[in-house]
Structure formats: structure tokens, C-alpha cells
Ligand binder design. Structure first.
Ligand code: 5GP
Ligand code: MG
Length: 189
């Protein structure tokens, strides 16, 4: 197989927090847990985009249970690293989830604002069950109490990019999770 060209923006990373290999292994383990939990059931996966796009794509291909996929968009007003308060949920779900088992997938559980708001919305639509799977969990940042049933990695309180996570819409295509050099977080004047 031809070697993949290195992404120039990898040079913007100060350090790697979770390697591509570690992500691959953990995604496989999470999928095995989910396959066991939903054996014999029909699953509806709901990804919170854009952040969960890459994680969901990889996770889905390791799930063996019959499933449907839909996406929901949640955005907090933020400038770069700081999300402000309650997120705006754009409810553009195409699937009817009443009576269905839902697995909500997001990139990162931070303050808990996003996942608690989306879960509330899905419960109000009478899902049979709503469980949550996140790649990353920053427990130290929690404002709204929230626990995900499936967690890839607990990480310290640092702003991370890569594997779907952005800074000002950049760096989503980096295959690992890392922290940018501080000069790249600085606002452009
Ligand atoms: P919440 O604070 O509502 O739990 O998380 C809101 C959203 O903020 C997450 O879905 C994610 O998109 C974004 N977010 C939180 N922490 C980080 C981080 O360290 N890096 C990036 N790129 N996004 C984050
Ligand atoms: Mg997000």
C-alpha cells in the first residue's frame, strides 16, 4: 500500500494526546461493547456533526448489529475555544425514533451542555432508550451532570484537535488527537 502523505498541519501540534493506533484499538473495543449490548436489537445511531463525523464513520464500520444512521447539528456560539452557554440544536432528524433504541455519538463530552440538551430532545421524541458514546471525556470541565455509557478516553483539561475535532473549522483531518502549539490558538489580529 502506498504511504500516506504527511499532513502539513501536523507540524502545528505541540503534542499528541491520543495516537492514531490507540484510537483504532479503542474504537474496536467500544464497538465490541456496543455489539454485545445491542445484540438482537435494532439500533438507531445519531451522530452530532460535524465533530462526530470521523469517529462515527469508523465506529459504524465495526458495528455488526442492524442499524440506521441519522445526524443532528448542535452549535454553541463560540469563538475558537470557548463555547458560550446553551447550544442551539438544529433538529433536522429524518428518522422517526419513537420506540427505537438510540445511540447518540459525539466527539467530546466537555461541559455536558450539548449532550444533555440533545438527549432531552430524543427522550421527548419517545425513543425506547438513549445511550451515549463519546470518543473523549473531559470530566474536569463538567457544568451539567452527564455520564456517557461508552467513553473512548478520559483526557485532561486541554483544548484538542484532530480526528474530527476542529479549531476554527481546521485540523479535522489530522488522524490523531493533539494539542496545538499556543501560537496557532492565538486570534489573528
Ligand atoms: P459541551 O461543552 O457542550 O459538552 O461540548 C460542546 C462541544 O464543544 C463539543 O461537542 C465539541 O464540539 C466542542 N469541544 C469541547 N471541547 C473541545 C476541545 O477540546 N476541542 C474541540 N475541538 N472542540 C471541543
Ligand atoms: Mg461537537
Amino acid at each position: 500500500m502506498a504511504l500516506r502523505k504527511p499532513i502539513p498541519e501536523l507540524k502545528h501540534l505541540d503534542h499528541v494526546l491520543v495516537s492514531e493506533t490507540a484510537i483504532k484499538r479503542r474504537v474496536r473495543e467500544l464497538a465490541e461493547q456496543i455489539n454485545r449490548a445491542y445484540r438482537g436489537k435494532d439500533l438507531t445511531v445519531i451522530a452530532i456533526v460535524n465533530g462526530a463525523l470521523i469517529f462515527t464513520a469508523d465506529l459504524l464500520r465495526k458495528l455488526s448489529t442492524p442499524l440506521r444512521l441519522d445526524c443532528i447539528r448542535a452549535s454553541s456560539y463560540h469563538t475558537g475555544m470557548q463555547a458560550a452557554g446553551k447550544p442551539v440544536i438544529v433538529d433536522n432528524l429524518k428518522l422517526d425514533i419513537a420506540g427505537h433504541h438510540v445511540l447518540l455519538v459525539d466527539d467530546i463530552l466537555d461541559t455536558g451542555n450539548t449532550l444533555s440538551a440533545v438527549r432531552e430532545l430524543l427522550v421527548a421524541k419517545h425513543a425506547a432508550s438513549v445511550k451515549t458514546c463519546v470518543l473523549l471525556d473531559k470530566k474536569a470541565r463538567r457544568i451539567v451532570p452527564f455520564e456517557a455509557e461508552y467513553v473512548g478516553f478520559e483526557i485532561p483539561n486541554e483544548f484538542v484537535v484532530g480526528y474530527g475535532l476542529d479549531f476554527n473549522e481546521r485540523y479535522r483531518n489530522i488522524p490523531c488527537i493533539g494539542v496545538l502549539k499556543s501560537k496557532y490558538y492565538a486570534p489573528k489580529l
